[in-house]
Ligand binder design. Structure first.
Ligand SMILES: C[S@@+](CC[C@H](N)C(=O)[O-])C[C@H]1O[C@@H](n2cnc3c(N)ncnc32)[C@H](O)[C@@H]1O
Length: 213
């Protein structure tokens, strides 16, 4: 009897350990600071710019959860500058004092003076829905909200209203799991760049799989 219980406990522990090894890669950092790999953002920009021409010197872009710290650049602003090879002005916000953002504050309390053409980021997991909804409010009509999200965010009760009222125009799935940490660990799920166009709520999103080499 005891042996059977021991075996069951061993089995549970093994399952716990193995799922932890694969899926906790983003669970324990301050304010959920994880760095999006710059090459993955460029991969997305390269495909996205075949469909929408957004990168020019007049565009107003906001990265509301910009990241960066004393050793790392802010991933999205860096990728956009390098990819476009232009001096594009990007406003940056982050709640952490050690971030490289221009404005250190809670994005959810930020009052923009003017609406943006593009709002783009990899949001903290636990606030992603609030951040998407606020970004949809802070972007101009016809502007874009672009968020890197886990693919399984398409499910779940909490996001039902979002998908009912705001289908993205595009979903760019990164077929190779990305690592947000130096140790190369990955989440147990693929990520995608979800692209909403404000005022454009299609019945179906266009889905493209980005095949990494
Ligand atoms: C997953 S990281 C992404 C960082 C960066 N965008 C990147 O892709 O490398 C999320 C970032 O959001 C910041 N953050 C968390 N809560 C926030 C809030 N309420 N307002 C603004 N930034 C926040 C964290 O400090 C962290 O830098």
């Amino acid at each position: 009897m005891n042996k059977t219980i021991d075996k069951m406990l061993d089995k549970r522990e093994m399952i716990f350990i193995s799922s932890t090894n694969r899926s906790d890669a983003r669970n324990f950092h301050v304010s959920d600071y994880y760095r999006t790999p710059i090459p993955k953002i460029k991969e997305f920009l390269s495909e996205f710019s075949k469909h929408e021409n957004i990168l020019n010197s007049k565009i107003r872009i906001l990265d509301p959860c910009a990241g960066g710290d004393n050793t790392n650049q802010m991933s999205y602003p860096t990728a956009i500058q390098e990819f476009s090879n232009q001096d594009i002005s990007i406003d940056t916000i982050d709640i952490r004092d050690d971030s490289r953002a221009n404005l250190k504050q809670d994005y959810l309390k930020f009052q923009p003076k003017e609406k943006y053409d593009v709002i783009i980021t990899n949001p903290p997991f636990n606030l992603s829905l609030d951040i998407i909804n606020k970004a949809l409010n802070d972007v101009k009509e016809g502007g874009f909200v672009i968020m890197l999200l886990r693919l399984n965010c398409l499910g779940g009760k909490v996001r039902q209203e979002l998908w009912k009222n705001n289908m993205p125009k595009y979903i760019f799935v990164h077929n190779k799991r990305m690592s947000f940490t130096d140790n190369g660990k990955t989440d147990s799920i693929e990520y995608a760049h979800f692209v909403w166009k404000k005022g454009y709520n299609p019945n179906f999103s266009k889905l493209k799989v980005l095949i990494s080499k």
